[in-house]
Write a protein that binds this ligand. Structure first.
Ligand code: ATP
Length: 457
């Protein structure tokens, strides 16, 4: 795709110099005032605009430039505007950035630096567009709440859609946070039982001595404190679906009772001799390797066959091709909306970090990291640092642009020269190859201490 640049500059000499800087690779339009710039913006829809703030009728000031900046950003908020200011016009440059300009460039014109700044703005515009495209990409599945685009997850979703309308007992396996409970709910929602109860119980979270009465219920007086009869989870799911999470952690003694229920569909409340018929569909999940549990004698083989009429093995996020970014984009959108920070986008380093990270906690970990980043992000951009993910670029390379890199290097060189001359201005200016007045200007600009004490680093 051709990169389109709009140059807004009233000085014909600078117009042709700027044209000359880029003419080879860009599609360039030049405008010399506000009206022609807006007309060109509408006509060519440039991704990047360089905007001289000093435009007629106020070429010596910046009012016309600021007015135009505002209008450009209102008409086309995704356009990257680089304001061009006079040599010492830092104040207006900073103001323009505050208004939404993406960068600034101080005259005099330096072809190399200007090219760098403009290309950087194009790259940013392209990344933002890619980001938007990705987040608007159709989710590959129609199952509510599940975001997936990888062939691995789409295959799981297709199987789920076939399994849901049947009453088969389903075992969902997968690492923590991969979405097992979400899939169990989807099975329920897509079945004829969807309007009936969905009762979930986490077998690992309830102490062994309470799990039986939680699951099967109890009769009044069946144990100390049983002052009334109570239905268990199985009965409360009657007509609907019972979800047994972390089934791999179910104690052996209860496994036998559960097996009996699965075979006969009769519930024996604790303390009762009267079995109660219950109509439930059972879905189980575990992050543990049940076959290994069978080998070590921790899980009944006959129960395993009963609960795994169909098994769904949910892959870890790192094993789903392309899903990490698609899920992350979707989460950024929904969490951003919930937290009143819509329109957040990932920076390139965040995208690299998301795709390069192993996500041991899977989607749950992703939710936590994106929630944090939604709070921490400055402006619209979410970085790898906001996500607390390792960034590929070392931290000291994360400067805003070449101008900042240059200023930082300039400041360091001046400090070093002053140090080596014991803060003698004449000696330092000789070392730096500049005049004394220039050195004074620079020490003022960078706020460098020039007293006889050592300068601040
Ligand atoms: N594909 C997905 N798209 C969107 N959200 C997802 C997806 N998978 C999981 N989630 C979300 O991630 C979180 C964790 O999912 P869930 O509780 O279903 O995982 P789990 O495998 O049951 O975890 P655990 O084994 O720790 O119980 C939930 O908030 C869920 O909504």
């Amino acid at each position: 795709m051709t990169r389109r640049l709009l140059i807004v500059e009233d000085d014909p000499g600078l117009q042709s110099q700027m044209r000359w800087c880029f003419s080879e690779e860009l599609d360039i339009t030049v405008a010399s005032d506000r009206d022609s710039a807006l007309a060109a913006l509408r006509r060519t829809e440039p991704d990047v605009v360089t905007l001289d703030l000093g435009l007629p009728p106020d070429p010596g000031g910046a009012t016309e430039g600021f007015g135009l900046l505002e209008e450009i950003l209102r008409l086309s908020p995704m356009t990257k505007v680089i304001v061009v200011t006079g040599r010492e016009d830092k104040e207006n440059a900073v103001k323009a950035i505050g208004m939404g300009a993406s960068d600034f460039y101080q005259k005099p014109l330096d072809a190399e630096i200007l090219t760098f700044v403009v290309h950087r703005a194009f790259r940013l515009a392209e990344l933002e567009r890619e980001n938007q495209d990705l987040s608007s990409q159709r989710n590959g599945t129609n199952i509510k709440g599940i975001v997936a685009a990888s062939p691995q997850m789409l295959a799981i979703c297709r199987t789920l859609e076939k399994v849901a309308p049947t009453d088969v007992t389903t075992l969902i396996t997968g690492e923590t946070g991969t979405g097992k409970e979400l899939l169990a709910r989807a099975i329920h929602d897509l079945s004829q039982r969807g309007r009936k109860p969905f009762a979930a119980i986490n077998c690992a979270a309830i102490p062994e001595n309470l799990l039986e009465s939680e699951l099967f219920g109890f009769e009044k007086g069946s144990f100390t404190g049983a002052t009334h009869s109570k239905k268990g989870k199985i009965e409360s799911a009657n007509g609907g679906t019972l979800f047994l999470d972390e089934i791999g952690d179910m104690p052996m003694a209860l496994q036998a009772k559960l097996l009996r229920f699965l075979q006969e569909r009769l519930v024996d409340r604790v303390g009762s001799v009267q079995p109660i018929p219950v109509d439930v569909r059972v879905v189980c999940a575990t992050h543990r390797d049940v076959r290994h549990l069978i080998e070590t004698g921790e899980f009944r083989e006959d129960l395993y066959y009963r609960i795994s009429e169909i098994t769904l093995d949910v892959p870890a996020v790192r094993d789903r091709e392309g899903d990490a970014l698609v899920v992350a984009q979707s989460l950024l959108k929904s969490l951003g909306k919930d937290m009143d920070r819509p329109n957040l986008v990932f920076t390139e380093d965040a995208i690299n970090a998301i795709t390069g990270y192993a996500w041991p906690g899977n989607v749950r970990e992703m939710i936590n990291k994106i929630k944090r980043a939604t709070i921490m992000a400055t402006g619209k951009r979410v970085t790898a640092e906001d996500l607390e993910l390792p960034s590929k670029a070392p931290a000291n390379n994360m400067q805003l642009n070449l101008r900042q890199v240059r200023e930082c290097a300039e400041r360091q060189a001046i400090i070093q020269a002053l140090r080596s001359c014991n803060n003698n201005m004449a000696g330092a200016s000789r070392l730096l190859g500049i005049t004394r007045p220039t050195l004074y200007n620079l020490t003022d600009k960078y706020n460098i201490e020039t007293s006889t004490e050592a300068p601040n680093a």
